[in-house]
Design a protein around this ligand. Sequence first.
Ligand code: PLP
Length: 393
Amino acid sequence: MIYLDHAATSPLLPQALEAMLPYLEGRFGNPSGLYAVGREAQDAVDAARSRVAECLNARPSEVLFTSGGTESINSAMLGIAYALRRAGAGNHVVTTAIEHHAGLHVAQHLEELGFEVTLIGCDQSGRVLLDEFREALRPETVLASVMFANNEVGTVQPIVRLAEVIREHGAGRDHRIALHTDAVQAPEWFKLDVAALGVDALSLSAHKFGGPKGTGVLYLRRATPFRPLLHGGGQEMQKRAGTENVAGIVGTAAALSIASENVDERSAGVRALRERLREGILAKVPGAQLNGCQTDCLPNNLNVSFDGIESDSLVARLDARGIAVSSGSACSNSTWEPSHVLMAMGVPIRRAVASIRFSLGEATTAAEIDEVLEALPAEVAAEGVRVEQGARA
Ligand code: PLP
């Protein structure tokens, strides 16, 4: 198999598996236990927390372990917005039209809870409109949530600049707007330094960077008002109840440590392969059009629309040839739902339903890219004929 869907999930790193195994076997203790196996588990969680904090340039007390990116994003957005509203700071939230559904649907839920939500648009390359963002901030705004890098088209957002805009807006006011970023797609390709970014909260999902599925990280800056999403025991410094997923947490820390090393070299290597794929597609497939920003982007993500095809069918054709990629549209109940990200970018619907995302990994090779470039033109052409015949019938 040639796996080019790393934005969906990545293989578990052997080092993460090795770190986890003892906690799936003999070291089964509950970290709340006051006896030896309990303390052993607690020590492992504490060590993992310190390791993750170091990777993010945060304090250990600012790192919470969750069940994944979705929970981290839900906790950050709901937890901060709710706490600030309760403190009388306001009830307005700003986010973008191109967030992953894990953020977008939380924004809809916030509206159901009585918050006012402003969705910021983006330009044709998927970059959030800075002026629109600035103008959206109000005295009663409590939270802004903007993703670090888009999972569909790879466009990277100017988070440092957005944090500055928030600081400028907050000058002279009695509360500052909290800034959360969904950085789920970023580790491995960018050095994540929460202090340099200027964010109050940041969400990660371990399986996107070689860790296990079902674990995530929420960085929550010290003293950020927060109401837990999950209530129960006092785990995670009273901010996330529930017995810790010790093995998952240990695996997350091991994977993040590796992902945080040699980021520039890794990015440069995968960017060269992305260029090879991009150039090859543009040269060999007539009518191929690139989606997303080609400069400020994830080095591993290439989103292309192939004229006249239906993306799910092309995904199936490539799958039959042992190539795993993903489509930018979802076909449910025979109706095509184009990607909300491509729609927000102003991509015409016909092109949006014909988009394919190739997302490379560190282990992707030039030979694999060349194999894809061998298979792709014929499959796109055959799929184009199928769609045309269907349209004529
Ligand atoms: N945010 C982004 C940008 C993502 O790509 C994903 C997963 O695809 C998520 C959030 C949700 O992560 P998870 O499904 O691991 O909870």
